[in-house]
Design a protein around this ligand. Structure first.
Ligand code: TYM
Length: 342
């Protein structure tokens, strides 16, 4: 495994912390669906060990894991094309995370903006897991020698840390190329979907106002209400994207539209320039409803067959272990540790 050339392998994860929102969908999951085709080997993981870095009610967590699995499938992920599983099913993630805790430096983790945002003023009371979270994320990726990681822009810093960990490990133990240096794949039109009420913040599960985000399972009336109430300004839609730079809320809606129809923001402006947002918003609602309604319906259907979902995850975990077990074993050997997996 040392000095090897790595074949293209895709890995990404989503936290099972309730209903996913449009940012997760356009910034990540929709991209996963594209990437699973074209002969790429791909693993998509429900990162439940990440979720417990903050308190989770065990019963709710259990159903959120199933719900996210159903959402993956309803969005178009196909267990015949990619490996779908949850993180806690494959113990290699936690094992490698410990090793990476010993590779990553305090200074590196201290720079992580997400920890600062999530811990807020009460840093002393945050869990150690929340601080060490990026080392677990590095383990998720590198346990599979993944080379490409589709994520939203907010995860870029964590991915840079993953690269640093991989380089330091390879260098410290003189194992050239043992861990690949993974590349992010960031969706162009949806790198960062913004909050509908405040265009300076990203759309997020943790915002206290549900009106700030569209959830994939929102019903049609709620989607219409949220878009109607989404903040914009009095100006009409401009001709050029550069005129949207100081209008973050307007820019966000144009970007969402572009991402839904797979075109560029320029294309959207070509069709709508000069029109007021009162004209644009109902068109955006139509698009959102036609994209999300079938997904919600499918999620509900799938949740009626929990044993099917569990089977997908169990089979996925078996396939995932087949890839990661030998990598973890080699990692132990490199470190001078013994591991008997059989
Ligand atoms: P999470 O669960 O917060 O988000 C899942 C994915 O959605 C993307 N995303 C967004 N994209 C665009 N606009 C937004 N407003 C927006 N909000 C979220 C995220 O960038 C992510 O791609 N740490 C990760 C999960 C993780 C992971 C991994 C990802 C754990 N291990 C290994 C990749 C590889 C997280 O909390 O994502």
């Amino acid at each position: 495994m040392i000095g090897q050339k790595h074949k293209k392998r895709i890995f990404s994860g989503v936290q099972p912390t309730g209903n996913i929102h449009l940012g997760n969908y356009l910034g990540a999951v929709k991209n996963f669906v594209k990437l699973q085709s074209g002969g790429n080997e791909a693993l998509f993981c429900i990162v439940d060990l990440h979720a417990i870095t903050v308190w989770q009610d065990p019963k709710v967590l259990r159903s959120s894991i199933r719900e996210l699995a159903a959402t993956f499938v309803a969005c178009g992920l196909d267990s015949n094309k990619s490996i779908l599983f949850s993180q806690s099913q494959v113990s290699g993630h936690a094992e490698l995370a410990w090793i990476f805790n010993c590779i990553a430096r305090m200074g590196w983790l201290n720079r992580m903006t997400q920890f600062k945002d999530k811990a807020g003023k009460n840093k002393e009371n945050a869990s150690v897991g929340l601080f060490a979270y990026p080392a677990l994320m590095a383990a998720d990726i590198l346990a599979y020698h993944a080379t490409h990681v589709p994520v939203g822009e907010d995860q870029k810093q964590h991915l840079e840390l993953t690269r640093d960990i991989a380089m330091k490990f390879n260098n410290d133990f003189q194992v050239l190329n043992f861990f690949p240096i993974p590349e992010p794949i960031i969706e162009e039109t949806a790198p960062r979907i913004m909050n509908l009420r405040d265009g300076s913040k990203k759309m997020s599960k943790s915002d206290s106002s549900d009106m700030s985000r569209i959830n994939v399972q929102d019903d049609n009336d709620l989607i219409a209400l949220k878009i109607r109430k989404a903040r914009t300004d009095q100006e009409p839609i401009p001709e050029e994207v550069s005129f949207l730079e100081k209008r973050p809320e307007a820019y966000n809606l144009v970007n969402i539209y572009a991402s839904l129809v797979n075109c560029s923001p320029e294309d959207v402006l070509r069709d709508f320039s000069g029109k007021p947002f009162s004209y644009f918003k109902p068109r955006l609602v139509e698009l959102l409803v036609s994209e999300l309604e079938p997904i919600s319906k499918k999620i509900k259907e799938l949740l009626e067959q929990p044993e099917e979902i569990d089977k997908i995850l169990n089979d996925g975990a078996t396939s995932a272990r087949k890839i990661s077990d030998p990598i973890i074993r080699s990692t132990y050997e490199i470190l001078g540790l013994t591991k008997n997996l059989e």
